[in-house]
Design a protein around this ligand. Structure first.
Ligand SMILES: Nc1ncnc2c1ncn2[C@@H]1O[C@H](COP(=O)(O)OP(=O)(O)O)[C@@H](O)[C@H]1O
Ligand SMILES: [Mg+2]
Length: 260
């Protein structure tokens, strides 16, 4: 429409340079509106059926969500809606039965999933999953070793990561067994950052914590998203979590969905 106007004006003898200028402005606006967002992960029509399930018994059906770097997301849904299943797909523990997941422009279908898990994605669990008889820093260093990280002073790096999540250096040599729940979750977040992944996913990370500690942990995730450009995805039941994130995605029961 706008272009037609310019052509009409040109026919009337208007200045060609002005027309060119307007065309460029139009192009600029169009590009701005169509440039893809900063999408790091895209779930496209993903469905998943466990191998022992009946033919039509899907744990997840036709899910499509986009996730951007620098944002924090909540995936919300009642028990049995497939939240954990979805995280297994995102973290490359399982492959979609149908549909696909694109990470950083590449399909997980063609990716070495072990390498993906050990370098591109950090995982935080509800029950921390730390090794209790090892110290906080040993837990973090172990994760660096598993991912094949080659840096000189791993302990120094571990302490730096611990400080980032609000744990003083003196915690480094403390056995995990002697840490509170909130402190353990901080160590687990520091561990998930050990190989500097682009994305952090967490399955009910505050499910075992009191509200005050939950708020503190959420602040850490928020900083990682907003100041360090990580994509943070949290599966949750908690309203407090939903109130803290940038985007909420709802998962519905597969049966309810198809009943509609
Ligand atoms: N290993 C499994 N084998 C078969 N079915 C499963 C398995 N794990 C989960 N399911 C089923 O998949 C559906 C979604 O489960 P899940 O992803 O654990 O949901 P949520 O984490 O939201 O509670 C449920 O119906 C559950 O019974
Ligand atoms: Mg679950």
């Amino acid at each position: 429409m706008t272009n037609k106007n310019y052509i009409a004006k040109d026919k009337l003898g208007n200045n060609k340079a002005l027309e060119k200028q307007r065309e460029m402005k139009d192009k600029e606006i169009k590009e701005k509106n169509t440039t893809p967002k900063n999408i790091i992960l895209s779930i496209k029509n993903a469905s998943y059926r466990y191998s022992d399930a009946l033919e039509d018994d899907y744990a997840l059906r036709n899910v499509s969500f986009d996730f951007e770097s620098g944002k924090m997301y909540a995936i919300r849904g009642r028990s049995g809606t497939g939240k954990t299943t979805l995280l297994s797909l995102i973290s490359g523990l399982e492959r979609c039965t149908e549909g696909e997941i694109i990470f950083d422009g590449k399909s997980l279908k063609n990716m070495n999933l072990d390498k993906f898990r050990n370098s591109d994605i950090g995982i935080v669990f509800q029950s921390y999953n730390l090794l209790p008889f090892m110290t906080a820093s040993e837990n973090i260093i172990l994760s660096m070793d598993v991912s094949g990280l080659k840096i000189k002073n791993k302990k120094e790096k571990a302490i730096e990561l611990m400080e980032k999540v609000g744990l003083k250096e003196s915690y480094a040599d403390r056995k995990v067994l002697r840490l509170s729940g909130g402190e353990q979750q901080r160590v687990a977040i520091a561990r998930s950052l050990s190989y500097n992944p682009k994305m952090i996913i967490a399955d009910e990370p505050t499910g075992n914590l009191d509200k005050q500690t939950e708020t503190e942990i959420l602040e850490i995730f928020k900083k990682l998203a907003h100041e360090e450009n990580k994509c943070v995805i949290i599966v949750t039941h908690s309203q407090n979590v939903c109130d803290s994130v940038d985007v909420i995605y709802d998962l519905k029961k597969v049966k309810e969905e198809s009943d509609k």
